[in-house]
Design a protein around this ligand. Structure first.
Ligand code: UDP
Ligand code: MG
Length: 309
């Protein structure tokens, strides 16, 4: 029998969080009164996570485990579970207990009242200042660039209707950001406020470098606005330097040629060089992405699965 609810959890080196998570997640899922499955994707953990998950798959008939062949990232882990889940309502949450599993029933109710994507806004967010700032930048740029309206893209405690999942599964992109992708397919999205706690154990898997990568995924994966902005900026700067050249010409006739201004010119030159390098970088980002897509490599490799019949 197909479960009605699919709960999807990406796991990367979370050995000390899995047991406490299950202790709260399982009763929370049961209390919805619906049939459910819990799909864990082991994203190449190097600790004991996989053994713990395998044991859970044996103990609980509702638990399924997808074992990745390496570390393919949180979003790939969720996408793999999306392709293998069968529920009418699909819920994603983190394994580190930052998202309270007790909120699941509210998410389910929200979907059942007719929404197809339910996002969450973290109340009293328990993260470092640095992490919060990064999220703010993500939220603002994403909304500006995609023309979508969402308050908190970063919170992974979310619910999706089957229709949205089907559409996500049809996208074969190898770099993506699931909340933004889902938003482009949502006909009737909504957001609710949920609690947020500190990471129960272990440390965040997102370093500064990974956060920057994620931001690039968001910016270039969903719009070509960065390219257009850059072109616009190029036009403006060339207009400006044309005016500046005219000014120097006129000045030459009136005051005579300037020599002391050489360093000012250097400064201006460096400014433009900086812009050019940045532009090449942005273009390169797109080219790189095209390269990744045309290669058509598999996005992730599943080594084994447990608990799926
Ligand atoms: N995660 C993953 N693969 C990765 C990085 C993270 O599956 O390469 C999982 C991780 O186990 C956790 C979730 O994604 O369940 C969110 O990660 P984390 O809590 O480190 O991110 P943060 O809360 O700092 O945004
Ligand atoms: Mg976390």
């Amino acid at each position: 029998m197909e479960p009605y609810l699919s709960i999807v959890v990406p796991v990367y080196n979370e050995e000390s969080n899995l047991a406490p998570l299950m202790e709260r997640l399982y009763p929370a899922a049961r209390s919805t009164g619906r049939s459910f499955e819990i799909i864990f994707t082991n994203d190449g953990s190097r600790d004991r996570s996989l053994e713990i998950l395998k044991a859970m798959a044996q103990d609980y008939p509702e638990v399924r485990v997808i074992e990745f062949n390496g570390n393919f990232g949180q979003h790939m882990a969720i996408l793999a579970a999306f392709e293998m889940c069968s529920g009418q309502i699909v819920i994603t949450l983190d394994a580190d207990l930052q998202n309270p599993p007790e909120e699941i029933s509210r998410l389910v109710a929200e979907i059942e009242s007719g929404h197809d994507v339910v996002g969450t806004i973290r109340q009293k967010r328990q993260d470092s200042i640095f992490r919060k700032l990064a999220s703010r930048i993500v939220n603002i740029t994403t909304n500006k660039m995609t023309g979508m309206e969402m308050n908190d893209y970063g919170c992974m405690l979310r619910a999706y209707h089957r229709n949205v999942i089907e559409n996500i599964n049809r996208c074969g992109e190898s770099t993506t950001f699931i909340p933004a992708l889902a938003q482009t397919f949502a006909a009737n999205p909504s957001e609710i406020e949920v609690g947020h706690s500190e990471r129960a154990a272990g440390e965040s898997k997102y370093s500064l470098y990974r956060l920057i990568r994620l931001n690039f995924d968001l910016m270039t994966g969903f719009s070509v606005v960065p390219l257009q902005l850059f072109a616009l900026f190029g036009i403006l700067t060339s207009l400006f330097s044309l005016a500046f050249g005219l000014f120097l010409l006129v000045r030459r006739f009136i005051v005579g040629s300037e020599v002391e201004g050489v360093f000012t010119l250097f400064a201006i030159l460096f400014f433009f060089i900086g812009i050019i390098i940045m532009g090449i970088g942005i273009v390169g980002e797109y080219v790189g992405r095209i390269y990744q897509e045309v290669r058509k490599r598999p996005r992730y490799v599943v080594r084994r699965t447990y608990g799926f019949e």
